[in-house]
Each structure stands twice: as structure tokens, then as C-alpha cells.
Design a protein around this ligand. Structure first.
Ligand code: ZN
Length: 425
């Protein structure tokens, strides 16, 4: 099966077999290899790198890569489009204490268990203000991506990663987490040759449902009845959360509920999740999502209004326009640009900016409106929320959200982790 990812390179899993990993860890320990314990943020990206979600990246970026990403939106090769730095940060104190030098082979651990090997090829510093300005278009730390950038420690390590100890993905995410290879195998089983990705961090109201259906028709509509089939892939982003976001469990289970309750046929719909901490980089994040979903084997990617934006930092359609700025042929995925969808009481249906002319009558699916519906817990009209989806939100709030469908401090502190790294034995 073709496993060509972003940049035209074969997707390579850098995951050692268990026996080889046990042996390697023993050797490294005997050789008194240097060690570092990584935090969740880094562990997540190590998993992504090792399974090819970030292909062609095989490790954390060197300074040359970060500079090229910031200045030209490519990797250091000057050709491969890449929009967001993927970096390993460390404090000067920790670096000094560890004694790590360039070309060291470092044993990384997570939550006390052996996790990965890190071949250090570059140790460097960055001007985080400059990175923020170039990637996010602002230096204000109110922007969550900028805040994350400013929170980096003062030194950075670049080099390749090999995973020693695969993650255990915990319930209810287990069946939704598919590696790029597994994802492509699943598409093959389904007979899909055209895969339209829907990026989400929401529970779906009917506006989202129609967005997906519109994209499906847009991409699939011209195909003949006896031609190969295609489908919509919901790929939910699971990662660091902010208070007020939907809880991860509700996002994934409510997306799935659209399929299990027949609003999409099983053979045209699939719900999955990938691990990524949203950076809210708007247009640059849209490019990143295109690369990520190319690696998952998707052929089309939906980009909505204010895709991956935050506050008023980006024009709602900047994330569409940026695709005109990348060289033709540098992305192996076709963007589908979604305009606004809303409920119109005159049309008496969910309709689309391109159709409905009752401009002042529309009831848009504003976040505030949807939020107040959910917080009231009173079942809304089925034109706004499918009843089974709404029931699932309430169920998830009870089961996973400590009574709330939105992230609270309680949830952040007490939720079960999405993945764990066990003992290597
Ligand atoms: Zn109308």
C-alpha cells in the first residue's frame, strides 16, 4: 500500500520492537547514557514523530529548521512546506546538570518509564519574540500559541527520535486513535480512495453536520455511481485544554454518535482522534493541519470560517487565503473551503452562505448560543442538535466531565490521562 506522506516521502514508523527496546535500554544503562524525563507536552510530540504524524520530520527541529519555518514556512531544505516549529526545550540548568553534549544518545523517560531515544544533533537558543511574531503574527501573550512559545525554557535540543515504549491509549479514546499506517489500512478496508478530513475540537451541532455533508458533496458529487467510494473522516484534535473548551471525551463520542445514529452512513463516515496541542495559529495552523492529514492519508481537507483561530488575531478567511501563498504542488491534499452555515427560519432549514438570501433572519450557530443550550441541559430542537448527540453530551458531562461538558479546573486536575506509558517489560 502506498504510504507516501507530506513532502512526498515514505512514512516511516520509528518504533522499536519490545525485545529490541528492552535490550537497548539495558545497553544504554550499562553505558551510563544520559537521561532526561519529559513532560506531557513533549511526550505527545514524541509519539507523533515516531508514528509519522509529522512526516517527513523524524525528530525535533534543529535551529536551521526553526529558522526556515519562521522565515519561509519550509523546513531547512527550502522545499518542504512546514508552518509551525516542533521543538524540544530545556533549561540551561537542567542541560548542565545532565551533562548532555551534541551527538549524545539520550534515554528519555516519561512518568518514570523508559520512553524514547533522542539523538542530539543540535543545541541552540531562539529569540522567542521573533518566533511568536513570525508564526502567530503577534507578540501578545494573550494569544495561547504565543504564551506557549514564551513558556519554553531557554535552550533547545534538535535531533532524531526513536520510540522504545508505545503508548497505551486509554478509554474512551482507544478505538479512535489510529496511526498513519493504521488509518490508511482502515481506508483501504472501507474502499475509500477519496477521504475528506474534518478537523474538529467541537461536539457537532447540525451546522457542523451540514458543513461535512456540503464538503462531501463538493468533493464527491461529480463521481460516477460505479466509481470508487469516498468518505468523511472526522479527526478530532486531542491535546492540552483550556477552561471552557469541550471535554475531549464529549468531542469524540458525540462525533461518533452522528454515524452510529444514521446521520451519516457507516460506509461514508469515520471518527478518529490525533494527539496535538492546538496552537491557534490560524492560517499557519491550517497549513499544519493539511500536512498532518496528508500523513493520515486524506485527499481533501475542510477549512472553515476562522479555522484554528483565536480572538480577533486573524481575518476569518485568512486560513483560506494562505493556500494561495504556498507553491503549487507542495501540498498533496486538496483544500475545501467552507463558508458559513446557519439555521434560517424562513428557509426553515440549515443553509449556507452561498444559498440563503434572508441575511437579517439567520440564526447563526454562535458559540455562545450553543454553550447556553448545553448548560441549560434542556433538549434543543433537533434542527440544532441531533437528540442522540445531545444525550451523549449530557452523558459525557456526567461520566467524564465532573458534571460539566466544558473543561473546568476540576477536569484538568482529575481527568484520566489520554495515554500512559507503562513499564517496559
Ligand atoms: Zn433563508
Amino acid at each position: 500500500m502506498e504510504m507516501i506522506g507530506h513532502g512526498g516521502k515514505e512514512i516511516v514508523e520509528k518504533v522499536m520492537s519490545k525485545d529490541a527496546a528492552i535490550k537497548r535500554v539495558a545497553e544504554l544503562k550499562a553505558a551510563k547514557a544520559k537521561t532526561l524525563d519529559v513532560r506531557l507536552q513533549l511526550a505527545t510530540e514524541i509519539i507523533d514523530i515516531a508514528y509519522g504524524f509529522f512526516s517527513p520530520l523524524e525528530g525535533f527541529m534543529t535551529k536551521a529548521d526553526v529558522e526556515a519555518v519562521c522565515n519561509n514556512m519550509t523546513l531547512a531544505d527550502g522545499k518542504t512546506v512546514w508552518s509551525i516549529p516542533i521543538v524540544y526545550d530545556i533549561s540551561s540548568e537542567e542541560l548542565e546538570k545532565s551533562g548532555i553534549k551534541q551527538y549524545d544518545e539520550v534515554l528519555l523517560s516519561y512518568t518514570g518509564n523508559p520512553f524514547a531515544i533522542f539523538d542530539i544533533t543540535d543545541i541552540f537558543t531562539l529569540d522567542t519574540k521573533e518566533v511568536a511574531m513570525k508564526v502567530y503574527g503577534t507578540t501578545e501573550d494573550k494569544h495561547p500559541g504565543v504564551k506557549r512559545t514564551y513558556q519554553y525554557q531557554d535552550k533547545f535540543l534538535g535531533g532524531k527520535i526513536t520510540l522504545l515504549n508505545p503508548p497505551k491509549i486509554n478509554e474512551p479514546f482507544t478505538r479512535f486513535w489510529l496511526t498513519p499506517k493504521q488509518m490508511r489500512e482502515r481506508f483501504k478496508e472501507k474502499g475509500w480512495e477519496m477521504i475528506i478530513n474534518h478537523q474538529t475540537r467541537n461536539v457537532p451541532h447540525t451546522g457542523h453536520e451540514w458543513l461535512m455533508k456540503g464538503a462531501y458533496l463538493g468533493a464527491y458529487g461529480s463521481m460516477m455511481v460505479d466509481k470508487p467510494r469516498g468518505g468523511v473522516l472526522v479527526n478530532a484534535i486531542i491535546g492540552s485544554k483550556r477552561p471552557g473548551d469541550y471535554i475531549d471525551e464529549a468531542i469524540i463520542l458525540c462525533q461518533e454518535a452522528q454515524g452510529t445514529n444514521g446521520y451519516f452512513r457507516e460506509d461514508t463516515f469515520l471518527t478518529t482522534c490525533s494527539l496535538w496541542d492546538m496552537r491557534y495559529a490560524g492560517p499557519r495552523e491550517a497549513i499544519f493541519h493539511a500536512c498532518l492529514r496528508t500523513n493520515l492519508g486524506c485527499t481533501h481537507h475542510m477549512f472553515g470560517r476562522d479555522h484554528a483561530g483565536v480572538g480577533t488575531y486573524y481575518d476569518p478567511y485568512d486560513a483560506h487565503r494562505i493556500f494561495n501563498k504556498v507553491p503549487e504542488g507542495s501540498l498533496r491534499i486538496k483544500p475545501i473551503f467552507n463558508l458559513d452555515w446557519w439555521f434560517c427560519p424562513v428557509c426553515d432549514e440549515v443553509t449556507y452562505m452561498g444559498f440563503c438570501g434572508h441575511k437579517d433572519k439567520k440564526a447563526s450557530f454562535s458559540g455562545t448560543l450553543i454553550r447556553s443550550i448545553i448548560q441549560d441541559g434542556v433538549k434543543p430542537p433537533r434542527r440544532i442538535f441531533r437528540p442522540e448527540v445531545f444525550d451523549m453530551i449530557m452523558e459525557c458531562a456526567e461520566k467524564y466531565g465532573f458534571g460539566n461538558a466544558f473543561v473546568t479546573e476540576d477536569y484538568l486536575k482529575n481527568r484520566q490521562p489520554v495515554f500512559t506509558i507503562g513499564q517496559l517489560k
